[in-house]
Design a protein around this ligand. Structure first.
Ligand code: NAD
Length: 365
């Protein structure tokens, strides 16, 4: 039996509820592939602040860096909203991402057939949509220097700097090309190369990386056109790679194709490190009621299998289990629409069916 250590940071609100489900599914599926997961659960966010007076401690950060693979629930809640910025639960998240050096954020945008009616867009436009957005996470205009506010002739002005180096672009481009090899072999690089100097550097750097991947098809798209194409014809994309600012905006727009926040997983990777978390927050309004949708957390666990454990089949097993749950008609409150054939379910109903689905298959020899 192969043994793998991971850290779980369940966090606040519904974080622990959905993380428990994700861990149980992950352990069951790994077991089928003769892999034993050794999970260390640590406090993070508001709950850590209550225990240690800080949203994360140096020891917890060190443990995550040493283990390299982290599954996170969610952080935050109204009881911590008035703390100063450094003590707030969200500060722990920013520090963890920075310390792990996770420079690429991966967000799959997948419309499940059973949920195609839940989007605000027409079913025939979104049905079959399945692409991956790879967003550069630690550079670009969110971090570029100089940034300041000043005044000229009595008129205040502010400056932000969009800066990208070739190495920053190429390391995230390689993540996108590697991901495309696991999918349909197509990368679309999104920039604003008709206007921005930093985008011309982006495009040139991506073109150089493409030479290492002759089996992957590369296209380029301007970001304004891309925003339109995501709404007009989202099925055209396989893997999209883009900078921090453009990726922030495009990934939120694309997330609405899928209909619900409770369905969206994410992975942030850099070198050997991987941080896996659902896109949603701690949902304090439903925390402790046992009604949270655990599928985004479970899909994040599938990404952990794919990108950190390199267990592609195990990742697919988890994704198939999610499809089985949706196909059965079970819907947590966030997805339930009274549609014929659907049943209002709570977290444990979904968890039971997921576990049954991943355990039903034979152990892989
Ligand atoms: P949220 O994502 O927590 O909730 C928005 C709405 O979606 C709520 O009505 C909630 O009940 C619902 N929802 C979210 N996830 C769901 C799930 N899995 N199942 C069913 N319903 C779900 O966003 P918010 O309300 O803006 O923020 C709440 C707290 O979470 C805040 O403290 C915020 O700072 C924090 N937050 C944390 C993260 C993170 O940890 N990565 C991300 C976003 C927000």
């Amino acid at each position: 039996m192969k043994k793998i250590d991971i850290i779980a940071l369940p966090g606040d609100g519904i974080g622990p509820e959905v993380t428990t489900v994700a861990l149980n599914v992950l352990k069951a599926v790994c077991n089928r592939y003769h892999t034993e997961l050794n999970v260390t659960e640590l406090p993070f966010g508001g709950i850590c602040y209550e225990q240690y007076g800080e949203p994360v401690t140096d020891e917890i950060i060190d443990a995550c860096k040493k283990t390299k693979i982290v599954l996170l629930g969610a952080v935050g809640g109204p009881q911590w909203d008035d703390l100063n910025a450094g003590k707030r639960p969200e500060a722990a998240l920013l520090r963890l991402r920075k310390e792990l050096g996770v420079f690429a954020n991966l967000r799959p945008i997948q419309v499940h057939p059973a949920l195609a009616g839940a989007s605000t867009l027409k079913q025939e436009v979104i049905e079959g949509t399945d692409f991956l957005i790879v967003r550069e996470l630690t550079g670009g205009i969110y971090f570029g220097q100089p940034r300041y506010t000043s005044e000229e002739n009595g008129d205040p002005f502010s400056v932000d700097t969009m800066r990208y180096s070739r190495s920053e672009v190429q390391r995230v481009a390689r993540v996108a090309f590697d991901a495309a090899r696991l999918r349909n072999g197509r990368v679309c690089s999104v920039d604003k190369a008709n206007i921005l100097e930093s985008s011309r550097m982006w495009r040139k750097s991506v073109l150089e990386v493409a030479e290492e991947y002759p089996d992957v098809e590369l296209t380029h798209m301007l970001v304004d056109n891309c925003a339109m194409q995501i709404i007009r014809d989202p099925k055209q994309f396989d893997v999209m790679v883009t900078g921090n600012l453009f990726g922030d905006i495009l990934s939120d727009a694309a997330s609405m194709l899928t209909g619900s926040l409770g369905m969206l997983p994410s992975a942030s990777v850099g070198g050997e490190n991987g941080l896996y978390e659902p896109v949603h927050g701690s949902a304090p309004d439903i925390a402790g009621k046992g009604v949270a949708n655990p599928l985004a957390a479970v899909a994040s666990a599938a990404m952990l299998c794919r990108y950190s454990l390199k267990m592609e089949e195990a990742a697919q097993n988890i994704e198939e289990a999610i499809l089985k749950v949706l196909g059965s008609g079970l819907r947590t409150g966030d997805l339930y629409t009274n549609e014929t054939g659907t049943i209002l379910a709570n977290t444990s109903d979904v968890a039971d069916l997921l576990l049954k689905a991943v355990s039903e298959e034979e152990t892989v020899s």
